[in-house]
Design a protein around this ligand. Structure first.
Ligand code: PEP
Ligand code: MG
Length: 595
């Protein structure tokens, strides 16, 4: 019988395909008396040797594709596989307990999983995570259930997991991942942001643990409305397939749109830019369409590795990016680690409230050895294009001045070393905290531009953790308080004569385009995949009407009222229908002239 699960759609699109359920919990581990410990040890040794071969092959492939520093992560795994203590413990227990090897390996995994949850020291946790990872691989070999390598799936599938980190999404097999279902995540978590960037239909915030979903069975995922259907009936499958086809058609229509600079019907400009997490996201198409990079999230260069990237490595990445977008601007956001982006090698302790903790600029100000090389790399790369730099999670002028003082030290060092850089590199503040909104008039006098990070601004204004699915329904971009904060920030920027952009996820939601336009935002920056749709929306609206609408919305009393008005106006504009119609007409005319 069909089972419909309801979650939050965070990556648009319909996916239909076989489920791939991740996690050791999906393994059924037998327990039986094994009276021949030597035989069990032989099975264990064989499994270890197989895993070693597998990791060695991945290590080589990674080094070839991404460079040797990215292959470092496998060294620890190889060392563990050669660890005599692990083998000795296994040998001892096999003899003493007369149990099968897979049961004892599973027992070891469980023990170390507990350590991961409880150990305060991140180095312990890191090692425990390695043991669990290696143990699971060995266990799969013993059970003849192949290990799932996130980077290479054998065939297209919909991946179902309790959670995946942003780094997992960075590396996941993009060709074969038809869709993602994650139990734990929120709409503006960085895992969700990356899934959207890679255009993977994704649903988060639902539980499938107690459902009888089996690996390989066909499931349906609708990333637009957050539905996941298990055991779909033939008529449901037909209807989803037709929706999928319709979406593909719309996507083609949008892809064929030559989106120029962001302009409304009454010739008002609101620049449309892109957010990127990895330099590879700059494709010829996004290069052609975007008016620049409004946000480069540099922390993705730091994740999933054991040491931070060197100044030289960063300099190369930023220079390449500046060159590839030339003459368009590229805004580099300095390291924003912490929260849901954890680099265990840099963050020593788990925090009780990571979103309120040691993240972003707070971390950088405490870690000049990490911050300064990044600033040097950005300044050095500034001669290769139109670079800008901005700082995340700034709370006020005193903190901003601390940052500028470090930046000035770095500038002085470069001057002393006769290394060229652009002295008037534009410097921006991200407005992500209610505190920053309150003092936006003061901040505006000290910097060259503002960029509203609405993902965090919403989280901190409403006190709703952006990655906690339990309270995800309270994470409301249309809350009157959020609208007023945007308005106040834009006003402060205008008074000081500096531009203000929005680079949070609402910038890529076509339903919010009119509101942001009416709130007089100068630029919006979004995932490259959102750009064609948002540009089409902008080209189909009038600034004068948007302004009236924003003023009206600012007087409303609830998020629900604002949301429903936004929704109504969005459907009334019928942008997509108009575009489809104009394409059909064009195709018909073409067919007529050919006949
Ligand atoms: C934001 O907070 O809106 C933002 C763009 O930064 P991030 O999503 O990386 O926190
Ligand atoms: Mg942010």
């Amino acid at each position: 019988m069909e089972v419909l699960l309801r979650g939050i759609g965070v990556g648009p699109g319909v996916a239909i395909g076989p489920a791939l359920v991740l996690g050791a919990s999906s393994l059924d581990v037998p327990k039986y008396r094994a009276t021949d410990p030597a035989k069990e040890l032989g099975r264990f040794d064989h499994a270890v040797a197989e895993v070693r071969k597998e990791i060695d092959a991945t290590r080589h492939r990674t080094a070839e594709e991404f460079g040797s520093q990215h292959a470092e992560i496998f060294e620890a795994h190889m060392l563990l596989l050669e660890d005599v203590a692990m083998r000795e413990e296994m040998e001892k227990r096999l003899k003493q307990e007369s149990l099968n090897a897979e049961f004892l390996v599973d027992d070891m995994i469980k023990r170390y999983s507990k350590i991961i949850q409880e150990a305060p020291d991140p180095r312990f946790r890191e090692r425990a995570e390695d043991v669990v990872d290696i143990g699971t691989r060995i266990l799969r070999k013993l059970l003849h259930k192949e290990n799932i390598d996130l980077e290479h799936f054998e065939s297209p599938c919909i991946v179902m997991a309790h959670t995946l980190s942003p780094a997992d999404i960075e590396h996941i097999d993009k060709v074969n991942t038809l869709g993602l279902v994650l139990e734990q995540s929120g709409a503006t978590s960085h895992t969700a942001i990356l899934a959207r960037a890679f255009e993977i239909p994704t649903v988060v915030g639902l539980s499938f643990t107690n459902t009888a979903v089996t690996a390989g069975e066909t499931i349906v995922l609708d990333g637009d409305n957050g539905d996941v259907m298990l055991h779909p009936a033939p008529e449901s499958l037909r209807s989803y397939r037709s929706k999928q086809k319709d979406e593909e058609r719309k996507k083609k229509v949008l892809a064929a749109q030559a989106t120029g600079p962001g302009t409304t019907l009454d010739a008002h400009r609101m620049a449309t830019m892109i957010n990127i997490e990895l330099p590879e996201e700059i494709t010829p198409l996004s290069r052609m369409r975007a008016e620049g990079v409004g946000l480069f999230r540099t922390e993705f260069l730091y994740l999933d590795r054991r040491t931070p990237p060197s100044e030289e490595e960063q300099y190369k990445a930023y220079s390449r990016l500046a060159e590839s977008m030339k003459p368009l601007p590229v805004t580099i956001r300095t390291l924003d680690l912490g929260g849901d982006k954890v680099a265990p090698h840099l963050m020593r302790e788990t925090e009780p409230n990571p979103q309120l903790g040691w993240r972003a600029i707070r971390f950088c100000l405490d870690q000049p050895d990490i911050f300064k090389p990044q600033l040097r790399a950005i300044l050095r790369a500034s001669v290769h294009g139109d670079l800008r730099v901005m700082f995340p999670l700034i709370s006020g002028v005193d903190q901003f001045r601390q940052v500028i003082s470090i930046l000035n030290d770095v500038r002085a060092d470069l001057e002393r070393e006769s290394i060229p850089f652009r002295p008037d590199l534009p410097i921006g503040t991200m407005i992500e905290l209610p505190a920053a909104v309150e003092v936006a008039d003061q901040l505006a006098k000290e910097c060259d531009f503002f960029s509203l990070g609405t993902n965090d601004l919403i989280q901190y204004t409403l006190a709703v953790d952006r990655v906690n699915q339990r309270i995800a329904h309270m994470y409301s971009p249309a809350h009157p308080a959020v609208l007023r904060m945007i308005r106040r920030t834009v006003k402060a920027a205008k008074t000081a004569g500096i531009p203000c952009s929005v680079c949070g996820e609402i910038a890529g939601d076509p339903k919010f385009t009119e509101l942001l336009l009416g709130l007089d935002v100068d630029a919006i920056s979004m995932s490259p995949s959102a750009l064609p749709r948002v540009s089409a929306e902008l080209a189909n609206m009038e600034y004068s009407k948007a302004k009236r609408f924003a003023n009206k919305a600012l007087r409303m009393h609830s998020a629900a009222e604002i949301e429903s008005t936004i929704e109504k106006r969005f459907h009334q504009r019928r942008t997509m229908e108009t575009l489809l119609k104009s394409f059909e007409n064009r195709d018909e005319n073409r067919a007529d002239s050919e006949n």
